[in-house]
Ligand binder design. Structure first.
Ligand SMILES: NC(=O)C1=CN([C@@H]2O[C@H](COP(=O)(O)OP(=O)(O)OC[C@H]3O[C@@H](n4cnc5c(N)ncnc54)[C@H](OP(=O)(O)O)[C@@H]3O)[C@@H](O)[C@H]2O)C=CC1
Ligand SMILES: O=C1O[C@H](COP(=O)(O)O)[C@@H](O)[C@H](O)[C@H]1O
Length: 509
């Protein structure tokens, strides 16, 4: 059996597997957090699922003074710790043959020459046909220098029969102006179809399922509008703090880190019209229309909130506050909690506020999109009968408990007419035997296949900055620290007040 034959594949599945062709994947920033926890394990999982060809090669680039075998050990350890699929020696052995490491900094010409030699060697020995993907898993400040060096050293010249692609991690820029500047650089070096901007939320199964739920079914779309929906909450809560990532996070803050990309993409998928197909251009057209219609209502003092975690308790253990984290400058004003109200000015959504919140050090890790519905116009019950009737809601549970919940009122068994809120649940574990691939698995495969629908385009990036820039500028203009919130709680009081003013309260997922 070929090591890449896929024992994990469902024999009943008659669809042709999407298998990448021979190529070299170069990861910059290979010693970093993302690479270790997500990218290297995803490469292994793809190999294990039989979706990478035997000619596949992986090159790591970072400043450590490593040999190939040192890097191979790091990949091995990362795979053992974080891969989703079982470890199989024969798959590992085959991957190992194509693993290389190049040591160097972003401004080191000699290192990029060595990188070129390494890639050419792999093109020959692995038969990769001159197909190369360059994954920039590095701090945003490194994007421009690395792309310039790739071009300078002739590493991105595509021909008729081969391809070169660059993968850029989020956030793309730190505001509208810098996103445009970065795009000018990217466009001067690469063709649009060679650029893959990653937003890993779009690679999540449950996020793609939002499209299936909305557009493969008849029953949801008729109520998916301002006649029925009262408000929408999009929550991305993490229980972790910033860990060792102060160098990246401080000065960036959580709004730029995840709201500009992940949360606004979730909003776009929730609010957009049905695309004519799932081709990249159609999907992007619909997302762009929503983002262009979205804005945070003025009076940012009323419709936004920010905070910073203070010391507290997490999982029964004491944890330090943001200002005590390693590498955070004294008195830093970086926010670790952000909440905004977004109004979507179109016929479908006029009058329905979308509330977006995200934070570190919340009580638990949870991402969900919840549509709350208006009360029935008339209730033929007494007030006592419906005391325990809450708001009807449809909750798309993105993670970690993946599924969909429908909340509605039901009669409590007994001789009285008493209505109580109940839930109907769809959970992935109970409904599917297939396991969900990790988001990065799907996205890396799409890069290698040159399949663009799940990658945001520059225009989406710019529209998202347009929504957020005024809010961040407003926060910066306040000469005060973000409100402190105790670690392990649901955020600062101003976040709760923001909803209370509109007559709502945040869900406790
Ligand atoms: N971590 C996460 O959970 C997520 C991260 N991202 C994005 O991924 C990217 C990387 O994040 P993350 O892995 O957390 O960052 P880290 O800070 O953990 O890693 C940064 C990497 O870049 C390398 N690097 C930095 N400067 C240089 C330089 N001058 N020359 C050569 N190499 C350099 C570092 O190498 P060295 O070891 O030599 O310092 C390291 O490998 C960011 O854009 C982030 O926004 C996106 C989603 C999630
Ligand atoms: O983009 C980012 O996302 C991670 C959280 O990703 P998830 O898939 O676990 O929800 C976050 O921790 C990180 O700060 C941010 O850069």
């Amino acid at each position: 059996m070929n090591a890449y034959t896929n024992p994990l594949r469902d024999p009943q599945d008659r669809r042709l597997p999407r298998i990448a062709g021979p190529c070299v994947l170069v990861i910059f920033g290979v010693t970093g957090d993302l690479s270790r926890k997500k990218l290297m394990p995803a490469v292994y999982d793809l190999a294990n699922r039989g979706l990478l060809p035997p000619g596949f090669a992986l090159v790591g680039f970072a400043r450590r003074d490593w040999e190939n075998q040192d890097f191979a050990k790091v990949v091995h350890d990362a795979v053992k710790e974080h891969a989703r699929t079982p470890f199989r020696e024969e798959v590992w052995e085959q991957l190992l043959e194509g693993i290389r490491f190049v040591s160097g900094a972003f401004d080191d010409d000699a290192a990029f020459e060595r990188l070129g030699d390494t890639i050419r060697e792999l093109d020959t020995t692995r038969g990769t046909g001159g197909n190369h993907a360059f994954y920039l898993s590095i701090p945003p400040s490194g994007f421009e220098p690395v792309m310039t060096m790739l071009r300078k050293h002739g590493l991105t010249e595509g021909g008729e029969d081969n391809w070169n692609r660059v993968v850029i991690e989020k956030p793309f820029g730190h505001d509208l102006a810098s996103a445009r500047e970065l795009d000018a650089v990217v466009s001067s070096l690469f063709q649009p179809h060679e650029v893959f901007r990653i937003d890993h939320y779009l690679g999540k199964e449950t996020v793609q399922n939002m499209l299936a739920l909305r557009f493969a079914n008849q029953m949801f779309e008729p109520i998916w509008n301002n006649h029925y929906v009262s408000h929408v909450e999009i929550t991305m809560a993490e229980d972790i703090g910033i860990g060792g990532r102060a160098g990246y996070f401080d000065g960036i803050g959580i709004a730029r880190d995840v709201m500009q990309n992940h949360l606004l993409q979730l909003l776009a998928l929730t609010a957009m019209e049905e695309p004519t197909s799932f081709e990249a251009s159609q999907l992007r057209t619909e997302k762009k229309k929503v983002l262009a219609a979205a804005r945070v209502p003025e009076r940012y003092d009323l419709h936004t909130a920010r905070g910073q975690y203070a010391a507290g308790w997490q999982g029964g253990k004491p944890v330090i506050g943001y200002l005590q984290e390693d590498g955070v400058p004294e008195g830093s004003g970086t926010e670790t909690y952000a909440a905004i109200r977004v109004d979507v000015d179109n016929r479908r959504w006029a009058g329905v506020p979308f509330y977006l919140r995200t934070a570190k050090r919340m009580p638990r890790r949870v991402t969900e999109v919840a549509l709350s519905f208006k009360r029935a116009p008339h209730l033929p019950f007494t007030a006592t009968d419906t005391e325990e009737l809450g708001t009807n809601a449809l909750v798309m549970r993105i993670q970690p408990d993946e599924g969909v919940t429908l909340r509605f009122g039901a009669k409590v068994p007994g001789t009285q007419m008493e209505i109580r809120e109940v839930s109907m649940d769809f959970g992935y574990g109970g409904s599917f035997t297939e396991s969900s691939p990790e988001a990065y698995e799907r996205l890396i495969l799409d890069v290698l296949l040159g399949d663009p629908p799940l990658f945001p385009q520059q225009e989406e990036v710019e529209l998202s900055w347009k929504i957020l820039d005024p809010v961040i500028a407003y926060w910066a203009s306040l000469d005060e620290q973000p409100e402190q919130y105790e670690s392990g709680t649901w955020g600062p009081q101003s976040g709760h007040d923001m909803l209370a003013r509109d007559g709502f309260s945040w869900r406790r997922p």
